[in-house]
Design a protein around this ligand. Sequence first.
Ligand code: ATP
Ligand code: MG
Ligand code: MG
Ligand code: MG
Length: 430
Amino acid sequence: MHIPIQSVTPQSGHAEICGWVHEERDLGGLAFFLIRDRTGIIQVTIPKKKVSEEVLLAAKKVSRESVVRIAGTVKAVEKAPGGREIVPDKFEIINLAETPLPLDVSEKVGVELDTRLDARFLDVRRPRVAAVFQIRSAALFAVNEFLHKEGFISITTPKIVAAATEGGTELFPIAYFDKEAFLNQSPQLYKQMMMAGGFEKVYEIGPIFRAEEHNTTKHLNEATSIDIEVSFADHHDVMKTLEHLIVTTYEYVNKTCSTQIANLEIDNFAVPKAPFTRLPYGEAIGIAQKKSGEPIKYGDDISAAAEHAIGDEMGAHYFIVDWPTEIRPYYAMPYEDDPSICKAFDLMHPRMELSSGAQRVHQYDLLVQQIKKKGLNPESFEFYLRPFRYGMPPHAGWGLGAERLIMTMLGLSNVREAVLFPRDMHRLVP
Ligand code: ATP
Ligand code: MG
Ligand code: MG
Ligand code: MG
């Protein structure tokens, strides 16, 4: 039976491993291989005069990234990775890889992101790329665990829908028998309906689809959203949940992913400190006016340049709160004493927006009024509005982009690096 490469030690005696040929080097009398599996890398040394003919033949024939099974004596070697090597008595080529490879897995040659994504199966064989997805898995586990411990019920809402969440153009129409249908932009309306369903605390981690028309480094056409909704809660309550979740997730990754963090060459993985600053929207605009070098006025959305200028000033995660009602969705609750601003917030990483949320409007009449004010037709929202007539509790929630969370956590330069098979304007395959 083969064992994981990371558990081969100088004391192993005899060991069998399975994996891919990471590197090969021929020094005449000696041949060296590095063999890699998902747990690590080990050196295999072949003293040509001392091994069997079968081993020699296989070693000669094998190409990089072929799949092999190797067994032999383990020896302590100070300079080898992990301080040990195998001298094989068995060298089986399970599947020979073609040459040349579409990309260099041993990372000696720089690779364009497009080339990497075209050959993603090879790209993720690279330990530093695999690390991103191992950390993503750990982070989403931590999110699930945190929300379960907080008493949330995990739900799944439809991705094929008849109406846009907020109207607008960011919708993908799809063929659905003889009906007009779209891919959902957000679980917003459905998670709110479950507040009328009495679930009180729900969450969903699922895909959202947006026909983003601009190519940016932080927008995908298919993204993963972590969404929550909580009854009898206001915006302050769910901001606390959000900052707690962020800190807990970073802590979990810090605790459980040290190998991956090292593979990514992150020197000081900093866990953010709660509470995050609550920066009123008006003040955020003031900072952007002074620092962004672009014209921006009260009532504008926060542009990318503004995001960067404010982020530089803040230097850590922060919330932008008290947004103008006019630029937030109809379901955001206006302040009673000043309805020109609302109980909405964005969670910001210094580099970009991570999450948007709000206390929601739970009164039927006010909601209808706000839908009309946005120029939308309440009739298209009948399925959503109906629950508000039969006992809708006050509630609040947010949506957090999983890819942006991972991207900012790991300092990735493009959000596409945080998805296995990203979808963008030009990328539908693989
Ligand atoms: P942005 O202003 O950056 O376009 P948004 O305000 O349109 O984001 P929301 O509708 O508030 O996004 O969605 C909630 C969260 O979902 C965002 O804060 C972000 O983390 C994530 N998100 C939204 N759109 C995308 C996208 N196209 N690609 C990746 N993540 C996204
Ligand atoms: Mg957007
Ligand atoms: Mg935004
Ligand atoms: Mg937003």
